[in-house]
Design a protein around this ligand. Sequence first.
Ligand SMILES: Cc1cc2nc3c(=O)[nH]c(=O)nc-3n(C[C@H](O)[C@H](O)[C@H](O)COP(=O)(O)O)c2cc1C
Length: 216
Amino acid sequence: MDNKKIAQLRENYNRATLSSEDLLPNPFDFFKKWLDKAIQAQVLEPNAMTLATATVDGFPSARIVLLKGIDEGGFLFYTNYESDKAKQLAENPRAALVFNWLELHRQVRIEGEVEKVSKAIAEAYFQSRPKGSQIGAYASPQSQVIPDRKVLEQNVEQLILKYKEQEALPIPKHWGGYRVKPHKIEFWQGRTSRLHDRFRYTLQADNLWRTERLAP
Ligand SMILES: Cc1cc2nc3c(=O)[nH]c(=O)nc-3n(C[C@H](O)[C@H](O)[C@H](O)COP(=O)(O)O)c2cc1C
């Protein structure tokens, strides 16, 4: 693949339009509507979102995580509390999320403050996971350098033995969830000739959101 080929990759965005009349007063409601559409349209992993965090001196990093819930406070995901992202969130508890629903020519961008979810919420989610995923949460020292894959496989074998009598594992101390509490949410609908529709919700006061159209 040469640069000319890369430069010529081009998609015509013509699936839908977005106008101010389509919006709902609360962006959480509108997000859920779009997520439902993405599920109906069989978008692959519609709850996959890019999570951007930054060190306190401003170095950003981004990776994909899975949205695992929405409550009145924000958007929830689960991870290892000793991972790189967790270290960044400890020193700089702010994040951005991006959903990329290419099949619908849609993007949603979310920015906000981040907090850990309660132990009870994390526990309930952890207990809803299959045993294999629970073992995985213990077996992997996420973001640390490991010599080879064998280390993980040995950890898994030991955990299988240790918990062979139990149907489920207790939640690990180093594992839990975060809530991204948005103050800005932008909905993007691709249109022809790059004249896309963009609407941004900005939090004004408790649950009161201003909406504005942005130039593409
Ligand atoms: C589709 C997809 C879903 C993922 N979901 C999660 C997730 O929910 N939680 C998580 O910790 N990592 C998830 N990952 C792995 C992360 O992208 C990342 O590799 C890992 O969390 C380590 O990131 P960090 O070193 O920046 O902390 C997912 C990756 C992909 C591609």
